[in-house]
Design a protein around this ligand. Structure first.
Ligand code: PLP
Length: 222
């Protein structure tokens, strides 16, 4: 199976999961996760019609996406990985959505860069639903206060929430928790679900699923 075949299969599975969950057709958007993939591997997927892509490192994205974006209008590029403060300016310049706003320092720097560059990527807050020590994200109990602070103090529009459930747990309760925090904060976009669990995420209200392996194949371990 080529990436194009896989893309078609994943899109069909998303449509089926929407229907199964009594969601509106097209309620769920696919973010194709292209980390570790070369521009040559990504190009056929763009040619097949895919427009939303996710990367988890600023530097890696800078090496391939300015060129790919110049080739095809309408690409929407999402940052999924933790943002370092010395990369904030580059991230605001390149990405259309930053899904990994995960601490006050980064939120402040994004706010400064938005003012400085007059560019306004959409911002999602990452929530560490499993309270894992090694994982980025705001603690669930602190999410509402953090979102309020971003909005009122920094003037940031927070449009979505993102989570990555613990690998060894049933993801359903984590998706439900993210959906509940979003409802409390008046947030409509829910980025949740990856290759192994996107159908479950759609049942719990995902509006964006982030799928890499199921489209591009297994990644080499780095
Ligand atoms: C790599 C990655 C994905 C995609 O994972 P797959 O299991 O390959 O689908 C999704 N979200 C984030 C944040 C990632 O880093």
């Amino acid at each position: 199976m080529t990436a194009i075949d896989n893309l078609a299969a994943v899109l069909a599975e998303i449509r089926a999961a929407e229907q199964e969950a009594a969601r509106r057709a097209g309620a769920v958007r696919l973010v194709a996760v292209s980390k570790t993939r070369s521009a040559d591997e990504i190009r056929p997927v763009i040619a097949a019609g895919q427009r939303l892509f996710g990367e988890n490192k600023v530097q890696e994205a800078q090496a391939k996406w300015p060129g790919l974006k110049a080739e095809t209008p309408g690409i929407e590029l999402h940052l999924l990985g933790p943002l370092q403060s010395n990369k904030t300016a580059d991230a605001v310049a390149l990405f259309d959505v930053i899904q990994s706003v995960d601490r006050e320092k980064i939120a402040r720097e994004i706010s400064r860069e938005i003012a400085r560059q007059d560019r306004r990527p959409l911002l999602y807050v990452q929530v560490n639903t499993g309270s894992e020590a090694q994982k980025a994200g705001i603690e669930p109990t602190e999410a509402k206060a953090f979102i309020d602070m971003c909005r009122s103090e920094l003037g940031l529009a927070i449009e979505g929430l993102m989570c990555i459930p613990p690998v060894d747990e049933n993801p359903g309760p984590h998706f439900a928790l993210l959906a509940r925090i979003a409802a409390e904060a008046g947030i409509e976009r829910l980025s949740m679900g990856m290759s192994g669990d996107f159908e479950t995420a759609i049942a719990f209200g995902a509006t964006e699923v982030r799928v890499g392996t199921a489209i591009f194949g297994e990644r080499e371990r780095t």
